[in-house]
Design a protein around this ligand. Sequence first.
Ligand SMILES: C[S@@+](CC[C@H](N)C(=O)[O-])C[C@H]1O[C@@H](n2cnc3c(N)ncnc32)[C@H](O)[C@@H]1O
Length: 264
Amino acid sequence: MKDGVASHTARSVAARRLTHERLPADYGDPAADLALSRDVAAGLEPAPGRMHDYIRARTAFFDRVVVTAVNDGVPQVVVGAAGYDARSLRYARPGVRWFEVDHPATQADKLERLRRLGIDARHVRFVAADFRVDAVAAALRDAGLDPREPALFLFEGIAVYLDKAVTESVLAQFREVTVPGSTLAISVSLTSAARGSTARARFTESVAAMGEPARSFLEPAEAAQLLARAGWQLDDRGQQSGRRTAAGFLTARAVPAPSIPLHP
Ligand SMILES: C[S@@+](CC[C@H](N)C(=O)[O-])C[C@H]1O[C@@H](n2cnc3c(N)ncnc32)[C@H](O)[C@@H]1O
């Protein structure tokens, strides 16, 4: 990301999500999500195509994970690299604490928009952190995340913008502040076969032009190993459809602490 500039890729995702159907829930404030997303999307016209379809599938996957966890009573949700994702509003439920961690420039822009639009986000703790340099575990603890209680962690649309070592470090820090059994949902790169080299080259070019270059392509098989080193075990592959895994939509559980390998 360019220093001091809010993420353009995050705006673009928000604009695409506006056109996608969302999973309904009998709690939360979808109107607040819509108001923020419309504000963010002003002037952007997402083109149809592979990326649009990919974001539709990704949105459906993360919506499902969030609604399932909230329905099951998860008390805390951590949205890593939240961008303009407004699930903390759309799926707000009394008693659930939300934590949004994002690059300071994007988060400052989101906060300004929320304030200007008069959207009440008092149930959300905003944690500004640059994953490359900031201590995320300490910042989450300071913001009030209770490491003795279960949490859901989201890491959507961000791994590609980080070096793999940074992704591993952030995920290990998420593990550090939660209990065994907590869930992580992460989107990683499509398998080369699923993506195709031309599409990957086009993506690389387009995000570089937005000043947010792709730094790594973490495919599902390698992601499983990285997750294991960070203290997360991929959910039984038998339960995840092959298509979902090929598309890079993964869930994992926090493993008991003694088997977490030492992390530098
Ligand atoms: C493609 S957007 C995805 C946003 C959101 N997860 C979504 O799906 O709508 C990428 C996000 O990563 C954040 N980001 C990029 N580099 C980062 C870094 N080094 N530290 C923290 N956040 C970063 C950006 O601020 C942006 O919000």
